[in-house]
Write a protein that binds this ligand. Structure first.
Ligand SMILES: [Zn+2]
Length: 279
């Protein structure tokens, strides 16, 4: 703030102009202390490399979409792996797209071969808890169980540690954000919601929801957990359309490389976002 150099000059003069003994000694301590403070302040003020996906209030580490002019998108599938997953993988392979699967630990234990296939085909396998609880009421021990257990399962099956986490129902608070940041996770929400979980869903609505207002850098929410015939049918319409419009479908590891530092858009900060109720 302009205080540093001026103060240093004064202290330096004090230091090299001996006055009363004790006083000068105290000044010397003061000088070194001040130099130390100035160094720390300037070191802190140095432009730091900010991880691309890190922004938001309260040091949060949350992305909803990525700021880019490039025609890139991320399709994300929650709550699997499950019976619909292999069909979704077939479609992604047919259209040359990669996606991210936010898997639930319980489901991974039932379908480890699908977890292996997801990773083998270039998709990201990400953490969506072990049992899909509401996170805001959990203790740190419970957070560890839900997140750590699924992390261990993914690591054991694929040899890779997940980097991305999506909280069930999109619910998060400061404690969860801190817990995840310490463990190197990025929280990923979404900017386009296909609403393929809605009670009144239809193929037409899913397609409309996924494509309406779509922009470069969007993260689209789908589900592969549970019976998802409509999601699969909708993807058969969505994927050729996205390809015709020139979008590259990337996993989150790839998409987040396009991210520029930006401000959290939500004024309310730690707003509750509702993914709606899942079975
Ligand atoms: Zn979910």
């Amino acid at each position: 703030m302009g205080v540093g150099p001026f103060k240093v000059y004064n202290l330096r003069r004090d230091l090299f102009q001996p006055s009363g003994g004790g006083n000068s000694k105290r000044h010397r301590y003061l000088f070194w202390f001040f130099l130390f403070v100035v160094i720390i302040v300037f070191a802190e003020a140095e432009p730091q490399e900010i991880p691309a996906a890190r922004w938001g209030k309260n040091g949060g580490n949350i992305i909803r979409y990525v700021e880019t002019q490039e025609k890139v998108l991320a399709l994300t599938f929650d709550d699997g792996p499950d019976v619909a997953t292999s069909e979704i993988l077939d479609l992604l392979a047919a259209y040359g797209g990669r996606a991210t699967f936010f898997a639930v630990g319980k489901q991974l234990q039932m379908f480890p071969e699908l977890a292996l296939r997801i990773v083998a085909e270039g998709h990201d396998l990400a953490n969506h808890t072990y049992s899909h609880p509401r996170m805001n009421s959990l203790s740190e021990k419970q957070l560890q169980e839900e997140i750590g257990k699924t992390e261990d399962i993914i690591l054991k099956i694929t040899g890779q540690r997940p980097r991305f986490f999506r909280p069930p129902y999109g619910e998060y608070n400061q404690a969860l954000a801190d817990f995840l940041a310490k463990r190197g996770y990025t929280i990923v929400l979404w900017s386009e919601d296909s609403r393929d979980f809605a009670r009144d869903r239809s193929v037409e609505k899913i397609v409309g929801n996924a494509l309406t207002g779509l922009q470069s850098g969007d993260i689209i929410l789908f589900h592969d957990g549970g019976p998802r015939e409509m999601t699969v049918t909708a993807l058969k319409l969505i994927l050729p359309k996205l390809r015709a419009e020139g979008y590259a479908l990337l996993n989150l590891s790839e998409l987040t490389k396009f991210n520029r530092e930006r401000k959290e858009t939500s004024e309310s900060g730690w707003a509750r976002v509702t993914e709606s109720v899942q079975p």
